[in-house]
Design a protein around this ligand. Structure first.
Ligand code: PMP
Length: 358
């Protein structure tokens, strides 16, 4: 029997959603969620634990995370004159931006396949979502389709993940610039994977009145802290900041992120290792028959498995103790696709061994 309360009160579009499913990895090698696989040197862990011991949990955190914000400005070269807003993961920032513009006839637009949260959050806040298909062969922007969709839907927000998840490629810079010029609303460059890429729009902030740059520390080794940041013009961020819940960055995250960023060289070294491993993994995958391997500027690689065998390969990996992301049934352009996060050398070796023997 359906619960009458749900039928009567939960919005139909929420009832129609399926919850974001995160599988339990158990003891498997975890190559499904774009995490950095490395931990810290023991000395660093000891210092961090000492800091935590001195952190008061009975007090609210600094609501503006001022000290952390200042450190982020320096560590990530936020241009002078631009403001910064922190979120409980960049997921929360997407939600704050959406809440600030939400109205039921307004549109959030993003290329597809793309990061699923843009679509989900549009629904959470009661907005329309429009996904514009990328070119099927190389996942580049279909500019004719993008322009037509911008003209038709006049999106309040366009999200462009740069590099894109789950495809791993960067869109052409000139095309992104064209979109910035054409868009009637805000354009959020989602640079979640900036640490693994060679280009960024951070230094272009201020050149376009509608440009915002969003990043996260998740992929550079701090996924557990839940910390994202948005950089952009002060007057726009001031509006968003009214919606941000006052203590959204908890005290353990503030203390730990500040500590980690004081040791950013360690995180950067880990990122370098991941980039090297990405090249090795890419070359090895390229040598395996029956796979199409897409070039990546992120910490994961998208592959397409021929002969409808993607689900079977995913299961074979699981049985062999390796968890990756199965996109084979996601529909659209991702038919027969799997996404693997770049892990430690030995983890990638295990993955390759199973794929090779499949
Ligand atoms: N943007 C993109 C493109 C992502 O892939 C992700 C994580 N998968 C996020 C944002 C969210 O990151 P977080 O909430 O961990 O900061």
């Amino acid at each position: 029997m359906t619960n009458k309360l749900i039928k009567q009160w939960i919005r139909p579009e929420i009832q129609a959603l399926s919850a974001y499913h995160v599988p339990d990895p158990g003891n498997m090698i975890k190559l499904d969620a774009m995490e950095n696989p490395y931990t810290w040197p023991q000395q660093m862990i000891t210092e961090w634990q000492a800091l935590l011991q001195d952190t008061a949990l009975n007090r609210y955190p600094d609501p503006g995370s001022r000290s952390l914000q200042q450190q982020i400005r320096t560590a990530f070269a936020i241009p002078d004159g631009m403001s910064v807003m922190l979120g409980n993961g960049s997921d929360e920032i997407i939600q704050i931006i959406a809440m600030a513009v939400a109205a039921k006839d307004r549109v959030i637009l993003a290329p597809e396949p793309g990061f699923v949260m843009y679509n989900m959050i549009a629904r959470f806040v009661g907005m329309q979502y429009v996904g514009v298909p990328l070119h099927a062969d190389d996942f580049s922007l279909d500019m004719a389709a993008m322009k037509a969709a911008i003209t038709e839907h006049k999106p309040a927000i366009i999200f462009l993940a740069y590099p894109n998840n789950p495809t791993g490629n960067m869109f052409a810079r000139e095309q992104v610039e064209e979109i910035l010029t054409l868009a009637p609303g805000l354009v959020v460059l989602d640079e979640a994977y900036a640490a693994f890429a060679d280009d960024s729009f951070m230094s272009n902030l201020g050149q376009y009145p509608n440009l915002l740059v969003m990043r996260t520390v998740s992929k550079m080794g701090l996924a557990g802290l839940r910390l994202g940041y948005l950089a952009g013009p002060a007057d726009i961020l001031q509006e968003f900041d009214k919606i941000r819940l006052p203590y959204n960055i908890n005290v353990l995250t503030q203390v730990s992120a500040e500590f980690a960023l004081r040791h950013k060289d360690v995180l950067d070294q880990q990122t370098d290792l991941i980039r090297q491993e990405r090249s090795r993994l890419y070359a090895q995958l390229m040598s395996i028959k029956g796979l199409t391997v897409y070039p990546s500027e992120a910490n994961f690689i998208l592959i397409r498995v021929s002969d409808g065998r993607a689900n079977a390969l995913f299961e074979a990996l699981k049985s062999g103790g390796v968890l990756i992301k199965n996109l084979a049934n996601a529909g659209g352009l991702l038919q027969d696709c799997l996404r693997v996060t770049v892990g430690k050398p030995e983890e990638n070796d295990k993955f390759i061994e199973i794929v090779n023997g499949f």
